[in-house]
Design a protein around this ligand. Structure first.
Ligand SMILES: [Zn+2]
Length: 449
């Protein structure tokens, strides 16, 4: 009997090994892209080169690669091949903002709308997004498992907010701690005190969050919180950071002004969103603190708010938006002066996602920043790739290879544009200029003839 069992085990082992080999041989896809200029995401020039892709990684990048047998050859028509774009501040689950989406549609409908957003994003050249508030945890997992098409997602899961904070999206007549559809569906945790914030943070990581998003100060697009307030106290922020540190991950804060930025720095926060009302000493402190970076929304703060506000903004939201618009030209030059690492995140949701790439173009429109087109393109590619690894080995779903660069061994995520965006980011303004989008070695869009 024992012998029989051993034989069965041996046979099934051999079968699994041989099956594994055959499966791999069968599934190997090889793509050779010729006739392109390559920008690797890091260097200050493009080089004429061929690019060989095996399965989902870059295999070789050099001139005159001989096409291996069975390779699909793509003629890049002299275009510029760059890393797939990355947006570091997205809200896939908040179509229509935090009010329209909550009161008129259920979470299933919002999930369907998230898929519409993801399809649009990948067609625009975005191969990775950092989803920074909303319950996209299972959607991110489906994409990672290859069961759903869309950009790679690094998800914070539900935002963590105090009562009356920027993530308190309940109706005005809600009783204390009563909860609402947004808390029920885990788009947000409204929590107060160290034990509650600990539980919410641990719940997020338990369910696969790649980092944590905390509302640490007043916001523009919310009902109960004036822009100048701080949110969470230092003990609460420290408790959240402690949990993130336990996972070797990090915390991102929504915040606009000096008081909340400094409290977050005291607590050990690394990712700073918005910040359009902060002053020079705070920027200097950010530059002196290891691992700290700034996530910039030039379109929302500068271009969009200069021309008016989204329709669903209340009068109060419009007033807050006007204050942010003033700061939008002051802070970016300071970031460059002190050399703070900057990434671009459009903070767009729903239909507005069509402006995600405009956010990159807007970075060039903000006056007197000093940033070059090349520096701006790094903020939408390699800088993001570096920062995304801060989710740590336990919570970085794509740690196996690099993102945001075109390098041997990196994930094969790329765009081909008909002109070089590192010389002029305005190339990104029109879809007509986008020739090809590839994510994970798979072509999602091609306008090549
Ligand atoms: Zn946001």
């Amino acid at each position: 009997m024992k012998k029989l069992l051993r034989t069965i085990l041996l046979v099934s082992f051999l079968l699994s090994v041989s099956h594994g080999i055959t499966a791999q041989e069968d599934e190997k896809t090889i793509i050779l892209i010729t006739n392109v200029k390559v920008w690797d995401g890091l260097s200050d020039k493009t080089i004429s080169s061929d690019v060989l892709i095996e399965n989902n990684k870059f295999k070789e990048i050099k001139s005159n690669i001989k096409a291996p047998s069975g390779a699909t050859v793509i003629d890049g028509q002299g275009g510029t091949l760059i890393p797939g774009l990355i947006d570091m501040h997205m809200h896939l689950m908040l179509w229509g903002g935090t009010t329209e989406g909550t009161y008129n549609y259920d979470a299933y409908a919002q999930g369907a709308r998230a898929k519409v957003m993801m399809d649009r994003l990948i067609n625009m050249g975005y191969t990775t997004v950092r989803d920074i508030g909303g319950n996209s945890l299972s959607i991110a997992k489906l994409i990672q498992e290859g069961k759903l098409d869309g950009p790679r997602i690094y998800s914070s899961g539900p935002v963590i907010s105090q009562t009356g904070g920027h993530g308190d999206w309940g109706p005005a007549n809600e009783g204390p701690g009563e909860g609402n559809y947004q808390t029920m569906t885990q788009n947000t945790h409204v929590v107060d005190g160290v034990p509650e914030v600990l539980k919410a943070t641990r719940w997020n990581f338990r369910n696969g969050a790649n980092f944590i998003k905390v509302m640490a100060g007043g916001g523009v697009a919310s009902t109960f919180d004036p822009l100048n307030m701080t949110q969470m106290n230092l003990d609460e922020l420290k408790a959240i950071v402690e949990v993130a540190n336990a996972y070797e991950s990090y915390v991102a804060v929504h915040s606009y002004h000096d008081r909340s930025y400094n409290m977050a720095l005291d607590a050990g926060v690394k990712s700073f969103e918005h910040g359009f009302l902060i002053t020079e000493p705070t920027v200097k402190r950010m530059s002196e603190t290891e691992g700290v970076f700034w996530s910039w929304q030039p379109f929302g703060s500068y271009t969009l708010f200069a021309g008016g506000f989204p329709e669903w903004f209340t009068a109060d939201m419009r007033e807050k938006g006007a204050a942010v618009n003033k700061g939008a030209v002051i802070v970016p030059p300071l970031m460059r002066k002190y050399g703070v690492t900057v990434v671009l995140g459009s903070d767009m949701f729903g239909d507005e996602v069509k402006f995600a790439r405009t956010n990159i173009v807007s970075a060039k429109e903000v006056p007197n920043t000093g940033y070059t087109d090349l520096e701006i393109m790094k903020m939408a590619t390699s800088n993001c790739g570096k920062i995304l690894t801060m989710s740590g080995p336990g919570r970085d779903p794509y740690k196996e290879a690099k993102l945001g660069v075109v390098e041997v061994g990196a994930w094969a995520d790329l765009n081909i544009w008909n002109a070089d965006p590192t010389k002029d980011v305005k190339v990104l303004a029109s879809d007509d200029n986008l020739l090809l989008v590839m994510k994970d070695g798979k072509v999602y869009k091609s306008n090549l003839k």
